[in-house]
Design a protein around this ligand. Structure first.
Ligand code: 4GX
Length: 250
């Protein structure tokens, strides 16, 4: 059972998305669980405040350390140990990718700390000993969408979330190439034909064609991925050895 714990000021944002998405199916199937904790529930402030002005001045408000640490401690007490990974959504982090999704899919308990406002008291990050993770080089208003993106991509790797056909597809295309183009009925739509080879029934030819298409569109659309693929499949791209010719004897 995979357990995702999310510390946030907007728990309904997490709950609503998780309920409506593919991970909702995995939850119903008992394969995973997502629990959102409202950091505000742990404030000891008389007015339920969870933020305050930054020392040294500057714009905006910072999330205070006490509610965050108390919320974290509640989760640790509930599960009986520190979660395997404690992730803080931040543009300063290592960029999340498919490899990290696979790495995280192997973990039992993952905690996501989602910040809001202009910042967070650094001591909270030290005490929780967080790992900074980014979903890309752009600035969002909060860590909830990054956490949801990560939960979504991790959960589809958790066994059983996908049907068998789809998981087979992952095996053959987790090799760093983009997907080949696909077609369904009708065979002709406004003069546009489905490539004839897909109707040929020749599975070997179909596989070769698809692989070729994957290579071409990866080269065109993601030259970075293409270079990496070529480098790790040297054999496939090695120039063909010239045929040994018998020496002319004159
Ligand atoms: N990939 N974030 C906003 C909210 C925040 C601000 C200060 C704590 C302190 C982001 C990203 C991202 C993270 C900016 C959450 N939290 N996160 N920030 N890109 O843009 O992960």
């Amino acid at each position: 059972m995979k357990n995702y714990y999310v510390m946030t000021l907007f728990p309904e944002m997490i709950e609503n998305v998780v309920r409506e998405s593919i991970s909702g199916r995995a939850i119903k199937a008992g394969l995973m669980n997502v629990e959102a904790f409202n950091i505000r529930d742990y404030t000891k402030d008389a007015h339920n405040h969870v933020d305050d002005y930054p020392y040294g001045g500057g714009a905006g408000m910072l999330m205070q350390v006490q509610p965050i640490v108390d919320c974290y401690q509640h989760i640790v007490d509930q599960i009986g140990h520190r979660p395997a990974r404690v992730l803080f959504m931040s543009p300063q982090g290592r960029t999340f990718d498919q490899r990290m999704a696979e790495e995280l899919a192997a973990e039992e308990d993952i905690l996501f700390l989602c910040g809001h406002y202009e910042g967070i008291d650094e001591r909270a990050l030290e005490i929780l000993d967080v790992e900074h993770v980014s979903i890309g080089d752009y600035i969002l208003t909060g860590g909830e969408l990054p956490a949801l993106s990560m939960i979504d991509s991790i959960s589809r790797l958790v066994h059983g979330v996908l049907n068998k056909d789809a998981s087979h597809e992952i095996e053959s295309f987790s090799d760093g190439l983009l997907e080949y183009p696909q077609y369904t009925r009708p065979e002709v739509y406004e003069d546009r034909r489905v490539p004839a080879i897909l109707l040929s029934g020749d599975h070997k030819k179909v596989d070769e064609w698809r692989h070729q298409m994957s290579l071409e569109r990866t080269k065109e659309r993601r030259p970075d991925l293409y270079e990496a693929y070529v480098a790790s499949h040297a054999k496939e791209f090695a120039p063909k050895k010239p045929k040994r010719r018998r020496k002319r004897t004159e």
